[in-house]
Ligand binder design. Sequence first.
Ligand SMILES: Nc1ncnc2c1ncn2[C@@H]1O[C@H](COP(=O)(O)OP(=O)(O)OP(=O)(O)O)[C@@H](O)[C@H]1O
Length: 904
Amino acid sequence: MDQSTFEAPAGAASAALTPMMAQYFEIKAVNPGYLLFYRMGDFYELFFEDAEIASAALGIVLTKRGKHLGEDIGMCGVPIHAANDYLNKLIRLGHRVAICEQMEDPAEAKKRGSKSVVKRDVVRLVTPGTLTEDDHLDARASNYLAALAMVRHGDVDFALAWADISTGETFVADLTAETLADEMARVAPAELLLADATRAALVERHLFAPAWAGIATNIAPALADSEAAMPVLRSAFPADLFDPSALSRAGRAALGALVAYIGDSQKGRTAPLRPPQANPAETTMAIDAATRSSLEILQTQRGQTKGSLRHSIDLTVTASGARLLASRLAAPLRRADAINERLDAVARLVDDTLLRGRLRQDLKSVPDLARALSRLALERGGPRDLAAIGKAVGAALALATHLGNQPELPPVLADLAKTLGAAPRTLASEMGLALDDELPLLARDGGFVRPAYDGVLDEERALGRETRAVVAALQARLMDETDVRSLKIKHNGVLGFFVEVPANHGQKLLEAPHRETFIHRQTMANAMRFTTTELAELEGRIARAQDAALDIELRIFARLRQMVLAETLQLQGLADALAELDVTAALAEVSALRGYCRPIVDDSLAFAISGGRHPVVELMVKAEGQSFVANDADLSGSEQVGGGSLWLVTGPNMGGKSTFLRQNALIAILAQMGCYVPADRAHIGVVDRLFSRVGASDDIAHGRSTFMVEMVETAAILNRATRRSLVVLDEIGRGTATFDGLSIAWAAVEALHETTGCRALFATHFHELTSLAKTLSRVANVTMKVREWEGEVVFLHEVGPGAADRSYGIQVARLAGLPAPVIARAKQVLDVLEQRSSGSASSSQKASVLDDLPLFAHQPAPAPKGKDPIHEAIDAVRPDEMTPRQAIEALYNLKKLRDDARRS
Ligand SMILES: Nc1ncnc2c1ncn2[C@@H]1O[C@H](COP(=O)(O)OP(=O)(O)OP(=O)(O)O)[C@@H](O)[C@H]1O
């Protein structure tokens, strides 16, 4: 333990710093903004304000340790063995932590003088975007660190670079003011690096989303400099795989900042970043932030995975497969040939149940290769990570054999078989030979090398075991010599080996002749402890054997680690292949289990879905024992006719409009990510951009009303949608006065039809809009069918041609439990308004009818009484006065009345 002290010496001037305090302040000063975990023996201690923050956040005791400038120094401590949990909690709460370790043995420091302080240094900065440990990460989600850079000249405004250091994936993309928010929504980084000037420019241009404030880390402008970035990037990536000069200035600046920040946070350890993929969005379907949220692709609008599209189709069996599935869902493809290649692979596994089952079974035991590799590279890995690599390689080879035995594999599967088959076999065999079955988390705990792997290690271990036998023999001898039968040789961390006798025999050993042999160490309540020269020598031999064995094990660990790191690129490729195989098999599984169909995907402007279902609502409805009603949609068009078609969807609230709208957007996403779709048949001409505005949203944090948000989003659609886009819009114009709203909706439909020519579904309660179908050739009216029965509305959830004549809002309000007087009053008002708009009454008549209506506030309208025979029969029933027989008869009568009513 470090003997130096943190406290100012008693009586010293209050400003005097002990050497340790000086060291603390020095380290703290170069790591501003971080809570400093300052290692002292078996604890990380936090001081001053850090201690106050951490004790409040972690619920641990805040104590005092001496004074500084006349004030108490607050302190709290975190034991080393539990540090990970505390760290995790702090990071989740948005704190950043600098881990400061002791860089030498306290004995070393002592050699320099009794007052010397143990050398300490920060070995790692822990931030939300630089996590690598399994305890800190969600195994099934990527954890991106992103850097945003801006240049004020040239054609590119912004660039975003992002990487997951737990897997090495790295990307960089040029962005414009328009695409910035979309890309941020797709990447969803855990931490965003940006310089103050960039942030200010974004805020000024209303481009800084409020949510980014919570993940933003301010970096020095010099870090995001396009020139300074060049040497950083040249040394980070192999020249033959990546040429930084091919990037835009902004791209270089962003990527340079990202790499430099990662380097700094890992304090010299190299994260295994892969050569960056540039501009990944160029080949994928553009989906803006509002659409992602509206369609609940990766998470619901409440931020939960359950209930999202991902949750409903994720049948992957590995963590890396789950991460890849999520990134494919977030970025469906835009090229028909690439999509069809994926679909070919899925189709093969849909058809071959046996092969699919076998692959999935084998995949289940594949460990997370990419994350194990990353930890090893960052010197944070242990024996279990080595074993994971060996196991993954072994599994890859087995999978390659299953696949390789199959005739005529589609290209994607053939490529996967090739990559898997080329896995570095020696790693699997070496790890199998070297590593034991039960492994410690950390190499320094030792005991992980399998017996018979290393001759010298076996010898040292045998020596350790032998000396233990010698200890047993010594105990027997001492027992005989002293004639104390209860004498024991024991071991603890403080004394090492010692002889223990019960208290009543202790005196005997303190006296001649035994006192020549036994040296007193400790007196306990019930026992007395001694040592002997022989025992001390033996202890030295055991300790030396243990040290020697551990030393050999650590050298073996280092060699195995080097073997693994030498194959980094190949192992990363292998991790990708394993994830891709898992995703392909999982999509095939979901397609087969749920009766999805293979979509035809081409470059036409088709969008023809027969028997389409909503992948999430279908599961929910089925879980409630009901069946989901499948619906067709046909928005197909062509260049010749001026583009795609637009369906105006009318129908009652709760009739299933939103579900129908969303299901078609989700079908497009699933098809283009390379999955079968929930439909009987589907033909989709590739969609370049998807827009979906379904369900109200407001943005109070941004100071914009629901209507304002709606208009901003509608503007984005009208400005950005192309002929290839799919637009799904729900009730545009509902948030303002009726006529304003109607006019806006009317003009938006005309613009989509006449100018954009995209394929669109447009749900509305403005029934006036349906007359557009008469004048606009590619507009068609459909409606959600309902049936009315005894004043109740029954939703059929079926889409049929035509327009709804009513919204049934009042019936839905009654279902929702609005008080009966309110419902009755609403009906009266509706009747008057309908008469007025039908023009059957003169204006003075209408006014007087409205005036004559009893006002709800003064005189609640009576709840409507049942006048039909069923209600009358029920009213006539007096259960207390009935015999069982009469009750049965009454029941039969009621059923008969109900049947009569149905027939009429
Ligand atoms: N095709 C369907 N088959 C079976 N049930 C359905 C179907 N479509 C919708 N539903 C059920 O009806 C409920 C309401 O659907 P939805 O939210 O789509 O209605 P809506 O017409 O958009 O209503 P509102 O206009 O009030 O938003 C769903 O939660 C679901 O339970």
